[in-house]
Write a protein that binds this ligand. Structure first.
Ligand SMILES: NC(=O)c1ccc[n+]([C@@H]2O[C@H](COP(=O)([O-])OP(=O)(O)OC[C@H]3O[C@@H](n4cnc5c(N)ncnc54)[C@H](OP(=O)(O)O)[C@@H]3O)[C@@H](O)[C@H]2O)c1
Length: 237
């Protein structure tokens, strides 16, 4: 099938697991990765490119991807919940412009500007699946605990961007599909400080990606613009 896949955030736990997963797929011919840190897998199918949403100099590296003849999947597995000076807010008293700006930049603005840059490649491709890693906590309907103002709301904003993008890309080709997917609670740098409180199953990245891989494979055009979880269940935004 000679499929070509772009994975953004391949230095992260879920991004790396996606990279490994598709490297084992005989239908996949080429995987291009964009990441800030190193992608800890080498395979002749994989071509890694350095990229940081916060470093404009690295945006020029995207030009190389535009040389591809076409792309079949774009998986955006980047995201931020905390950093040395950012902690998820427990109360409105904790919000501040520094952390809100950083969270929105990594979770919403960066990914959308990247897609804008990739539009020439998307437009010359027949059917592209664009998959954004979102989070169940972004669901307004599902929010009963409050807190995590910046992370929750940035992912809710991402979900709106996903919907908008799906509408616009449908006008270019009915075969393009854009979705958000919640990976479950997955062991990673991002989730690590909070795993002690989790009562449900914690997935290893490999397990989460195997489940999401099945959902991604079975997507149909009616799914575009929606958000799903790792089991394929629709998430009410
Ligand atoms: N783990 C979970 O339980 C869980 C639950 C719900 C949703 N998610 C979502 O799943 C996605 C992947 O998260 P993960 O669990 O795999 O976390 P992770 O291991 O921390 O991966 C996050 C990725 O984002 C990248 N990133 C952060 N800042 C960046 C920047 N300025 N420029 C470019 N890349 C940057 C990281 O790069 P570095 O490697 O260089 O830091 C890393 O590749 C995120 O969108 C997250 O919100 C995760």
């Amino acid at each position: 099938m000679n499929r070509k896949i772009l994975i953004v955030g391949s230095s992260g736990s879920i991004g790396l697991a996606f990279t490994k997963y598709y490297s084992l797929d005989p239908n996949v011919e080429r995987i291009v990765t964009l990441s800030r840190g190193p992608t800890l897998i080498t395979d002749k199918k994989i071509h890694s490119i350095s990229f940081d949403y916060n470093d404009e100099k690295t945006y020029v590296n995207i030009d190389e991807i535009l040389q591809l003849e076409s792309i079949d999947k774009i998986i955006i597995a980047t995201g931020m919940l905390h950093e040395s000076d950012i902690k998820p807010e427990k109360s409105i008293y904790d919000i501040n412009i520094n952390s809100l700006s950083k969270l929105y930049k990594i979770n919403v603005f960066g990914p959308m500007l990247l897609i804008k840059k990739l539009l020439p490649l998307i437009k010359k491709s027949d059917a592209v699946k664009i998959i954004f890693l979102t989070a169940r906590v972004a669901s307004i309907a599902d929010n009963e605990l409050g807190g995590w103002y910046g992370y929750r709301s940035s992912k809710s904003a991402l979900n709106m961007m996903i919907k908008n993008l799906s509408i616009e890309l449908k006008r270019i080709s009915k075969k393009h599909i854009v979705i958000g997917i919640h990976p479950g609670t997955v062991r990673s740098k991002l989730s690590q400080p909070f795993l002690g409180h989790v009562k449900h199953e914690i997935f290893e990245p490999k397990k989460s990606v195997e489940l999401m891989g099945k959902v991604i494979k079975e997507l149909v055009s009616e799914d575009t613009g929606k958000c799903f979880d790792f089991s394929g269940s629709f998430i009410d935004p």
